[in-house]
Design a protein around this ligand. Structure first.
Ligand code: HEM
Length: 500
């Protein structure tokens, strides 16, 4: 894989920046909530899952991308971007316009969804071909996770496009349930599980749990079958079937999570990348628990439709965004390479203020989601989480400058031989003291100081923003940036039976 590629490396950033812009301009953007969710999930997450599952397919199967394959991969990314753009333009148009315009808006959505499905189909063929050509290997089964995930995205896109064509309320609700099951449990779920099988212990810089390969290989058909059961139950309006499938998927996830826990217990979270991924996975657990509660508390599919949307901030901002930011924080320095000194320079920047960023992001999310019906506190939460997320962009920028600087300073092979030989250079070899302090820096470069000044700084910022929010809250703030006020408990229908 090429060390640097703007199309590969920066596309996700563009989708995220667009998502941030919609958040700020929300009052004037049609279908703003839908756009924010899909700029992150269909834009940034799908692009990254697409690109990095190809990277990990080569890495795991130990195959090298040929120049033709590199070109094809670029073409696939471009096709995916075109399809995504059409869907992101088409769907808001369907809600902004009616009548004749609606038909052309549907055509745009259908074309976009069709182009995305073509890109994903091509991607699946690539994975399948690599898998069938590869030499046997202990982790070759991981590519099955990627293949199945892509097929679920194709299903998810068909359900999504069908919703936008305007169907009855009950059908829309069931299609949405199938859409979420295919995209979250299937596309994102299987891609994340497949990747973390090897990537989690790599990020923690430690050994994986001995049972990881065995458990993950055996649980693959369970994940696929249970997700297909959820989708079938939703489409047929058979709640017990959908809930049964969902419960099996959750159980399989709990069993699989033990393979993540073992390495974490050995080394704890010492760098920003695994810390952000761990925070994301924690929100995924909250989100999946939330889905269970919504299923339990909804009495019709339409109630399920209305209630489940309240979980979007948890699943999109809490889980998906933090997972993506964590993974990219590790992958970029790793793929750009340049030698130990260059990677160290990049990682030092990627980890900077890591503790404060994780704390601000998650404290902000908790505040924004808990107080979504109290505008001032809700905005205070968005501001805090925004600081945490935006810090990723500045960390990436600093890491790229560190990369360029370190590359310039890194001795080329010519200078290296020169230095080896010149006596004067020898005399300038670092003293024992310098070596000891360098080792200390090396040891610390990846380490997050959880109990240090960053923690205090983050808590101070939270205290200030929270108190300002509370003061303004008492003064009644205009409803500017409220994403969506979830249904107050009084509006949630009584516990109990679900009618088809
Ligand atoms: C071709 C691609 C896609 C299309 C056409 C599509 C279409 C739709 C439509 C029409 C809705 C219902 C909107 C409404 O009733 O307000 C929806 C909701 C949703 N979709 Fe998609 N979608 C696509 C891809 C995805 C992907 C890849 C994901 C996640 C991985 C996703 C996650 C969601 C979520 C979370 C909601 C609920 C949003 C809310 O909070 O209202 N979608 N989608």
């Amino acid at each position: 894989m090429k060390r640097r590629s703007s199309l590969r490396d920066y596309t996700a950033f563009v989708w995220l920046i667009a998502g941030g812009a919609v958040l700020i301009m929300r009052p004037v953007v049609p279908s703003a909530t839908w756009l924010m969710v899909h700029l992150v999930m269909l834009g940034a997450l799908t692009h990254s899952a697409f690109v990095w599952s190809e990277y990990f397919t080569h890495a795991i199967l130990r195959t090298r991308a040929t120049p033709m394959q590199v070109r094809r991969a670029r073409q696939r990314i471009i096709v995916l971007i075109i399809g995504t753009l059409l869907v992101l333009v088409g769907i808001p148009l369907t809600s902004a316009y009616g009548g004749g315009h609606l038909r052309s808006a549907w055509t745009i959505v259908a074309a976009g969804a069709g182009i995305i499905i073509a890109a994903i189909g091509w991607h699946t063929v690539f994975i399948w071909r690599e898998f069938t050509r590869a030499l046997p290997g202990r982790f070759n089964f991981v590519t099955r996770y990627y293949g199945a995930a892509s097929l679920f995205l194709i299903l998810g896109n068909i359900f999504g496009a069908s919703i936008s064509f305007g169907v009855g309320e009950a059908t829309q609700a069931r299609l949405l349930a199938a859409h979420l099951a295919a995209n979250f449990l299937g596309w994102i779920g299987l891609t994340v599980i497949g990747t973390l099988i090897t990537f989690w212990s790599t990020m923690l810089r430690t050994q994986m749990a001995p049972h990881t390969a065995r458990f993950s290989a055996r649980l693959f058909p369970v994940f696929v079958a249970s997700d297909l059961t959820v989708i079938t139950g939703a489409l047929l309006g058979m709640l017990p079937l959908a809930v049964g499938g969902f419960a099996v998927y959750l159980l399989a996830l709990v069993v699989w999570a033990s393979t993540m826990w073992t390495p974490l217990r050995k080394v704890s979270l010492r760098e920003f990348a695994p810390a952000s991924v761990a925070a994301g996975l924690t929100w995924a657990v909250v989100g999946l628990g939330g889905v269970l509660l919504v299923i339990y508390r909804s009495s019709t599919w339409s109630d399920f439709d209305a209630n489940v949307r309240n979980l979007s901030p948890i699943l999109v901002a809490g889980f998906a965004l933090q997972l993506l930011i964590g993974a990219l924080s590790y992958l970029m320095p790793m793929v750009m390479g340049g030698g130990p000194a260059v990677s160290r320079a990049m990682n030092t920047q990627m980890n900077r203020y890591g503790v404060a960023r994780v704390i601000l992001t998650n404290a902000g999310l908790i505040l924004a989601i808990t107080f979504s019906h109290r505008p001032a506190l809700h905005i205070a939460g968005i501001v805090l989480a925004g600081i945490g997320f935006l810090a990723f962009f500045s960390a990436t920028k600093r890491a790229l400058s560190a990369f360029i600087k370190a590359k310039k300073e890194a001795p080329t092979s010519a200078t290296k031989t020169a230095t080896d030989t010149s006596p004067s250079e020898k005399s300038q070899a670092p003293t024992a003291g310098e070596q000891a302090s360098q080792r200390a820096i090396d040891r610390r470069w990846g380490q997050l100081q959880w109990a240090g000044s960053e923690m205090i700084g983050a808590i101070a910022i939270i205290a200030v923003v929270l108190s300002v929010g509370a003061v303004v809250d008492r003064g009644e703030m205009p409803k500017l940036l409220v994403v969506r006020a979830p249904l107050p408990p009084s509006r949630l229908l009584p516990l109990g039976t679900l009618r088809a």
